[in-house]
Every structure is written in C-alpha cells, then in structure tokens.
Ligand binder design. Structure first.
Ligand code: ADP
Ligand code: MG
Length: 695
C-alpha cells in the first residue's frame, strides 16, 4: 500500500509515535494538525549547548555536566536513595534518585561515562543534582551537546516533555523540507523589519545559544512580533469578514419616525449631552440604510446609554416594525421595562415583557403578542431568544451590557429576526469601556460609538477603602445619611459564585443592619429571590420607601436609583476592578455628593491593594478598564471565556494591542491586493474556528 503524502495540514496521527489515544490528549492543548505544533511556542528554554566543568558548579545553576561514575550506592534516608558519584577531574557531584529501578541502578557501573542535566544544589557532600535527566554513554559514545537551546513546551496531562519536543521536532523538520507559504506581503515585513514565518518559527523553537532570551521573555522579539502580527491579522480579518458579509444582507430601512423621536427627546426631563446626541445621529444614519446596523455603544456607567437605545427603539416602532431589548439579568430587564413603559406611555404602542420566571399564562400572552406583531417593543432577558418565541417582523435588537452575552447568542438573536424584510439591526451597549486598540481587535465585527461624556452636574463619587474592623463606624455613617433623606446600598460579597452562600452572607448583613439601623427601613434583594419579590423591593427602594438596600452583586449592572448616594461594598478585596467600578456607578447619579466605602478584610494582598487604590484614585471608566486589563487580561474583561471567540495562541491582547493600527492597515492592503492570502491566513490561524466567521 502506498503511503499518502504527509504535510503540515495532516492530522497529528501522521507523525511517528502518535496514535489515536495520544492525539486525543494533544487535542487538549488545541493541537489537531501537524501545523498546530509549530504554533505551540516553548514557554522557556534550557541551555544544553555548553558542558560545564563540575568544579565550577554553584548551587542554583541548571546545566549540563558529564563525568565518570566513581561510586554508586543505595542508602536509607527515611527511604531508599540511589547516590551516584561522578567526577570529571575538575570536581565531583552526586546524582541523587528517590525512584529508580534495579535495571537503572545496574547501569551506573564504575567507570561508565554519564551526562546529566539538572538543577545544582548544595548536598551533604558538595553539590548534587536530584533526579537529573541523564544518559549513560557507551564506551564509543561522547556527550551530546546541543547546537541550539532546548525548548520547554507547555504540557498537558499524560504527554511528557520529551514526547512533545520530539513531535515539535518532527513538525519543524517537515516544515524545513516543504516550507509553508509566506503570506505577509514583503512590503509589510520590510516596514517592520519582520523575519519570514519560517525564520521566526525556527528561531523560536530552536534558538541559537546567543539568542536574546530576555527579549523573548518579554514577548518583544521580532520573531514573536512577526507571529503575533499574523495572528492578530487572522482574527481581525475573520471578524471583519463576518461584518462585511452582514453588511451585504438586507434589512428594513427605518427611514421614518424622525418627528416622533424628536418629540420624545424634547419631552425628557433633561437635555441630552452632546455625546448622546452624536451617538443618536450615528445610529440614525445606520438605521436608515437597507443593510443591518452592527453597532456597539461604549459608555461609562451613568453616561446615559438607555435613553439613546430608547430613541432607536421608538424609531423602529414608528416605522411599523418590532424592536427587542435584551438585558443580562432580570433586575436590569425589569428596570428597562419600567423606564420604557414610562417613556412610551403617550405614544400608544403595545409593549411586551418576557422573562424566564414569568407565569405561563402571562408568558403565553406575551409570545402571542410578539408573534402577531401587536407588541411593537419586547423587553426581557435571554428568554427572548428561546425557542417558541417568534417575531412578526423584528427590525432592531438592542443588547445591554454585551460582555455578558456571547457572540453566539448575539448571532442567534440576529438570526431569529430574519424575516421577509431581512436581518434586524443590532445595537450592543457596554459599560466596560476598553482602550481603542483593544476595541479594534475585540470588536472588529462592529462599528463603535463612544459616549464619552457624563450628564452635567455629576460629581465624582468620593471613595475610601477601610478595614472591616471599622464596620460599626460605617454603619453610623449610613444612619446619619439616611436621617438626612439619603439612600444607601450595602453590597455583600459573592462567595465562590455560590448562590447559597451568597444568600447567607446577604441575609446576615441584612439582619445586622436591620437591628443596628432601626427604625430605618432595610430591604434585601438577592439572586435566589422570585422576580416579583425582587421587583417589589426595587420599586420600594426607587420610591424612597426603603432607606438601605442590602444586595448581592445582582445589582452590579445597570440598576438606576438617582437618590441613592452611599455605596458600601463588603469584602471589596474579592472583587475585580470593573465589578467594583460598576457597583460604585450605582451612586453618583443624582445632584448630591455621593460616597463609596470599600470594606476589606485584612490582610490585604498586593493585587487587591492595587485594585482598591485604583478605585480610590479615579472615577474614569476607561482608565479603570485599562488597569483591569493589565491586572486580569482581556479574557476576563471581555468575557471571551464565555463568548466562544477563538482564543489566541501566541498574541496577547494586552501586550500586543499596540500592533492593531498597523494590523488594520495591512489587512486592508491584503484584502485589496491578495484575497487568496487573506483566506489562507485566516485558515492557518483559526483552522476550524474559521467556521465562526461563516455564521
Ligand atoms: P448607563 O449608561 O449606565 O446605562 P443610564 O442610561 O442608566 O446609564 O442613565 C443613568 C442616569 O442618568 C439615569 O437616571 C438617566 O435618567 C440619567 N440621564 C441620562 N441622560 C441624561 C442627561 N442627558 N442628563 C441628565 N441625566 C441623564
Ligand atoms: Mg445601563
């Protein structure tokens, strides 16, 4: 039988020594094809290019030595130890083994030549190595000294380092024999002094001894930049394709309704900020086009995104089609429901409510109204895109706080809206503003509008961090504020994401505060309460009938009660920066000076200390997001873990986002000059995940 030609895109089983079982394990490292091994870069390197004189060894070194076996013996030190003493004329060292077979032991014959690589430490008699990698050489053999540094790869359970190194070596050999296409245009490479793909891969897998390891460690070596650049390019172009394809689809052009929207805006109790007006104009021009809008609104907490979305919804309703608003939590959906009902009361359109915890009869009625088109605006949680919900003609989808929804969920909702009129327009709102360069990478499938201005009269929330030993003092402060007619939030920690514990912590604080603050009215909301019960408490708090609202972090996003001016956060040391900023954003919405007290439990770790300091020093959401990014990484901040966005293999969005402007320019050039290369780049880096771009 003739063997089929093996190449870089063959499955891993094409390599020597890889059967189905090993292939399965390698899948856990996201390794499927031979090529994937090339993009699994070493974590670090070991220097086995030099043979060290034993006499020159110092504890702490990690190096290669060789010598003649002088003595091999087992001793008991609590357990059996095999001690092999070797010497090279300059000195002696002990190789110490705790686990060894009789066969291994028998090979250390006196006089045999042994090479060993490992960590040097001080032993009872001079220096020693514990469990070094070693080789007993046959008389005619000499010590193998590598020409290149030895790569250490990230490991997965059940795949040993030596095995991985061998496979990577096979892949590299294959690559050298039949080099993959160079897909970056020469002009781009010249501009940034980037090596070719093949040069970059060879250097990073098999660096010469003189390679600049410090630069590689920092992720700034030209060879790494070269790979990061191509990977960023691949992800960007894939998202961009998605967007371009969506752009070509048809949508209902929402040309009318301008007068109605103007009437709505002039009826508001405040004037829109210039930023809000600008974003409304941007949205309007999208909506007027017969192709679906895909726009993201970034705006700090309290910047007034909701009313901007409402203006867009009203336009859709006026044009005779349907709009849907989806929020990530019930609490937030309920709040939107109340706001929108109030705003649109006088416009005569029917609104429908849809949530998971709704009574069946009520739910049925909503679903009917949605299907018949009687309901022009639907507000709810992700229950909105569950099966059984069919729209008559959904023309606009608004998604609030998108980092909690996945790209796939967004796509599902978009597809749900497909009717005779085409795809719905999509408006996504996020209160996690991210730096521009990161937005270029993460939101390449969307147009971005920024509300970079807070409504006038807002004063920065004054923030302090206090040890929780001063809780009594803080309770006193809450009492004084409440007597003065102000309202306060008291937020309890999220304990290991457990609803039950969460609930208990909130219950305990609730009981404590009720007693300490009597006769003030204290309310409690948490994630396990029925929607109606939650809503009742929230209404009472909004109406000022409750002075202090004890809550779990369910109130983190979106909740809006302008009269609340005091925010106490317990166990603030456990929370992330963006989360703390969101919580704090619940106050500072009215005219009164607001305060935020972050209570923490001592001792405070270094990272927690830094986080609290950032919060204390700034109210600027962009700055905070930037710091959060540096401290936590983009996966957490953007929620890419849940979104199913393909992860990066080599690029790191925090470290490499600065490459984005150049990536954009190059993408344009490649798209224009060489569409085939574009496809190949996306396929090389995203492989099967490329499917995502075809949604
Ligand atoms: P977010 O952007 O965090 O979603 P909201 O839409 O909840 O913010 O708005 C926060 C608060 O600011 C609400 O009470 C809202 O009524 C109010 N608001 C919005 N726009 C303005 C404005 N231009 N002037 C004054 N208050 C405004
Ligand atoms: Mg909001």
């Amino acid at each position: 039988m003739q063997e089929t030609e093996t190449n870089l895109s063959s499955p891993l089983t094409a390599l020597r020594g890889v059967g189905p079982a090993l292939a399965e394990k390698l899948k856990r490292l996201n390794l499927r094809r031979v090529e994937d091994l090339l993009f699994l870069l070493p974590l670090r390197y070991e220097d086995r290019t030099k043979l060290y004189k034993i006499g020159s060894l110092k504890p702490g070194m990690r190096c290669l030595v060789s010598g003649e076996v002088l003595r091999a013996e087992t001793v008991y030190r609590g357990r059996r130890n095999l001690l092999v003493r070797i010497g090279d004329g300059s000195g002696q060292i002990t190789l110490r083994f705790f686990y060894f077979s009789r066969q291994q032991q028998s090979r250390f014959r006196v006089g045999a030549l042994v090479s060993a690589f490992g960590n040097v430490r001080a032993g009872p008699v001079g220096v020693e190595m514990v469990h070094p990698e070693y080789r007993v050489l046959r008389p005619e053999q000499s010590v193998v000294v590598s020409n290149t540094l030895t790569p250490i790869y990230p490991m997965t359970e059940g795949v040993q380092q030596g095995r991985l190194r061998n496979l990577a070596g096979q892949a590299l050999a294959m690559m050298k024999k039949a080099p993959p296409d160079e897909l970056l245009p020469q002009s781009v490479r010249d501009k940034y002094g980037m090596p070719s793909l093949v040069e970059a891969l060879i250097l990073l897998h098999e660096p010469p001894p003189e390679a600049n390891l410090a630069e590689i460690d920092a992720g700034k070596h030209p060879c790494q930049l070269r790979l990061c650049f191509e990977e960023l390019l691949a992800h960007y172009m894939s998202l961009r394709n998605l967007r371009d394809r969506a752009r070509k689809e048809s949508a209902v052009a929402l040309g009318g309704g301008g007068d109605t929207v103007a009437r709505f805006i002039s009826g508001l109790p405040y004037r829109l900020t210039a930023a809000q007006q600008r974003v409304i104009t941007e949205i309007t021009s999208d909506l007027e086009s017969p192709h679906p809008m895909m726009r993201l609104i970034q705006g700090d907490v309290g910047s007034g995104k909701t009313v901007v979305a409402a203006a867009a919804c009203l336009r859709a309703m006026t044009c005779g089609v349907q709009a849907a608003v989806m929020a990530p939590t019930e609490l937030l959906a309920e709040q939107h429901w109340q706001n929108f009902c109030g705003w649109f009361r006088d416009f005569g359109y029917e609104l429908a409510w849809l949530s998971g915890s709704q009574r069946p009869a009520e739910r049925r009625a909503s679903i009917e109204a949605i299907a018949s088109g009687a309901a022009r605006l639907v507000i709810g949680t992700h229950a909105l895109f569950q099966e059984g919900v069919k729209f008559k003609q959904l023309a606009l989808v608004v998604i609030d706080e998108q980092h909690r929804f996945g790209v796939h969920q967004r796509m599902a909702l978009r597809d749900k809206g497909v009717t005779g009129g085409g795809h719905p327009h999509q408006l996504v709102m996020t209160a996690t503003p991210i730096p521009r360069t990161l937005a270029m990478a993460a939101y390449a499938d969307l147009d971005v509008s920024v509300i970079d201005e807070l409504p006038p009269g807002r004063r920065a929330v004054q923030t302090v961090a206090l040890p929780d030993t001063r809780r009594a003092e803080v309770v006193g402060r809450v009492r004084t504020a409440c007597k003065d007619g102000q309202q306060a939030y008291w937020v309890c920690p999220l304990i290991e994401e457990s609803d039950v514990l969460d609930y208990q912590a909130a219950e305990a604080s609730y009981a404590m505060l009720k007693e300490a603050l009597a006769p003030m009215r204290v309310g409690l909301v948490h994630g396990r309460m029925k929607a109606t019960a939650k809503e009742k408490i929230m209404r009472a708090f909004k109406a000022g009938k409750i002075n202090v609202l004890v809550a779990t972090t369910v109130i983190e996003v979106g909740v809006d009660v302008p009269n609340a001016s005091l925010m106490i956060i317990e166990n603030a040391e456990r929370m992330g920066l963006s989360q703390l900023h969101q919580l704090r954003g619940r106050v500072g919405r009215g005219a009164k000076q607001s305060h935020c007290v972050m209570l923490y439990r001592q001792p405070l770790g270094q990272l927690a200390r830094e986080r609290l300091a950032v919060l204390r020093d700034t109210n600027d959401g962009f700055l905070i997001a930037q710091r959060d990014l540096e401290l936590r990484g983009p996966g957490e901040l953007l929620g890419t873990r849940q979104t199913g966005l393909p992860e990066y293999r080599i690029a790191d969005l925090v470290r490499d986002a600065e490459l984005m402007p150049e990536v954009l320019t190059s993408a344009e050039m490649i798209q224009r000059d060489n569409p085939a290369a574009e496809q190949a780049i996306v396929r090389r880096w995203l492989g099967d995940a490329y499917q995502y771009g075809k949604v």
